[in-house]
Design a protein around this ligand. Structure first.
Ligand SMILES: Nc1nc2c(c(=O)[nH]1)N[C@H]1C(S)=C(S)[C@@H](COP(=O)(O)O)O[C@H]1N2
Ligand SMILES: [Mo]
Length: 439
């Protein structure tokens, strides 16, 4: 299903101006700026929207026990051995070299973690999912929500889905190292992605049971992790509006990852899984979902997860949806390869717009390219593994490059237009390695 977020976003802004949309936690200034710049209203005509009566957070599921924290300060529960992960604040990046030979699905012990705060340890027996809002029959308020426990969800027909979760900022550091651009946010290399086999229930089925009406337009899943504080201001709990059209298409409420209950760090007991969309859509530890017959905003679809900067409209792009196209080698930066020996270079490519159709590799800094062998049936929402043989001749530094083409016709470019928050890097990455004399 194609969802035109630009048109929808303009429409949504128009409704906000008419007092028909809600935007808790987003300043009026931010929304006016978006509306003015999108041409939905002129600056002089910018009448503030009527604030709708405060719909407060529904009482949430039991407050989780504090997380164990094997790596002090990370807030992450699982072990983070340095050979598997590079720790970046409250996040852990997968080291690509450790994916070599791991198979199609990323084992949970090396799946990247992106936490705004820290992993809550939620007891599956106490967990409830609450659905509420004006888009449900009878418009249940936050205090009389429609509730599901994990056992209720497990009784519904399940679906299994192979899909990646990838942070919108994956590859961000290359905006700086390859293009000299200044960007804000976690300086990921390419390890803010993992592919897993998710099992759960279609969100559509749960919405129907909850009494979804035809007038519903936006959903807003929200996590049970702590409120996110940025620059001393709480933005509330992590939440991001999701158009009903996408929710009814292929979104699932996942309770299993690679055949096991979801690990704590990846949303235990239940997370939203939005195939091919930016990672922020896939809300972990989901505790409630507002279903609204009005458009919704949160900081995660206004100030964050749009493209801002000189090359973008002043209001930023439409909220980000599909991921871009990327490739990575299963090789550490600075790895050494003996000259005169045949090596097998391996890697993976993926796209949020379709399957990967072709991958080309260059071992001479981009002068010549060789078609890689693809090892997976091309399919949407997941990566394809590939390999090429390489027999380096002369010792010295070398750059490995990989360039993917997807079924939507996209090809990774040499450079990509920067945006201030460094989202959606898709250019070809230069992996530095060293060729050494044979032993
Ligand atoms: N509740 C909640 N959901 C969340 C987040 C979060 O901090 N809290 N981070 C989001 C972001 S930005 C990403 S990229 C993915 C990361 O999923 P993972 O940690 O399972 O790899 O989760 C998303 N869902
Ligand atoms: Mo993310």
């Amino acid at each position: 299903m194609r969802i035109d977020e630009s048109a929808y976003d303009r429409h949504r802004l128009g409704q906000w101006l008419a007092g028909e949309a809600r935007a808790e936690g987003v300043s009026r200034r931010t929304l006016l700026r978006l509306a003015v710049a999108a041409g939905v209203v002129t600056a002089s005509a910018g009448r503030p929207a009527r604030a709708t009566a405060g719909t407060t957070a529904p009482a949430s599921a039991p407050s989780p026990a504090p997380a164990a924290d094997p790596v002090p300060g990370s807030g992450i529960v699982k072990p983070l051995p340095p050979e598997l992960f590079t720790i970046r604040g409250t996040n852990a990046e997968t080291n690509w070299a450790t994916l070599r030979g791991t198979g199609f699905h990323t084992p949970a012990d090396r799946f990247f973690v992106r936490n705004h705060t820290s992993t809550p340890r939620i007891d599956a027996d106490d967990w409830r999912l609450r659905l509420w809002g004006s888009g449900l029959r009878g418009a249940p308020g936050p205090d009389r929500a429609v509730e599901f426990g994990l056992r209720d969800l497990r009784r519904l027909p399940s679906v299994t889905l192979d899909a990646f979760v990838e942070c919108a900022g994956n590859g961000r550091s290359y905006f700086t190292s390859q293009q000299g651009a200044t960007v804000t946010g976690t300086a990921w290399t390419l390890g803010a992605i993992g592919t897993a086999r998710w099992r759960g229930v279609p969100l559509a089925a749960v919405l129907r049971l909850a009494g979804l009406t035809r007038s519903a337009v936006d959903l807003q899943p929200r996590g049970l992790d702590d409120e996110y504080v940025a620059d001393g201001v709480s933005l509330g709990r992590v939440r991001r509006p999701l158009p009903v059209a996408k929710a009814l298409d292929d979104v699932i409420l996942a309770y299993e990852m690679n055949g096991e209950p979801l690990p704590y760090d990846h949303g235990h007991p239940v997370r939203v899984l939005v195939p091919s969309w930016v990672g922020i859509s896939s809300i972990k530890w989901v505790g409630d979902i507002e279903v609204a017959d009005q458009p919704l905003y949160s900081p995660w679809n206004t100030d964050f997860y749009r493209l801002f900067g000189p090359a973008h409209p002043p209001e930023g792009s439409a909220p980000l949806t599909r991921q871009t196209l990327k490739s990575a080698f299963e090789t550490g930066a600075g790895a050494t390869f003996a000259a005169g020996v045949e090596h097998r270079l391996t890697g993976r490519s993926w796209s949020g717009a379709g399957a990967v159709r072709q991958v080309e590799v260059s071992t001479d800094g981009g002068a010549t390219w060789l078609r890689a062998d693809l090892h997976d049936r091309p399919r949407a929402h997941a990566w394809s593994r590939w390999s090429v043989p390489w027999r380096p001749t002369a010792p010295g530094p070398a750059a490995l490059l990989a360039r993917a083409t997807d079924t939507a016709g996209r090809v990774q470019p040499d450079t990509t237009t920067p945006n201030t928050q460094g989202y959606l890097f898709d250019a070809v990455v230069r992996h530095p390695v060293t060729v050494v004399a044979p032993v």
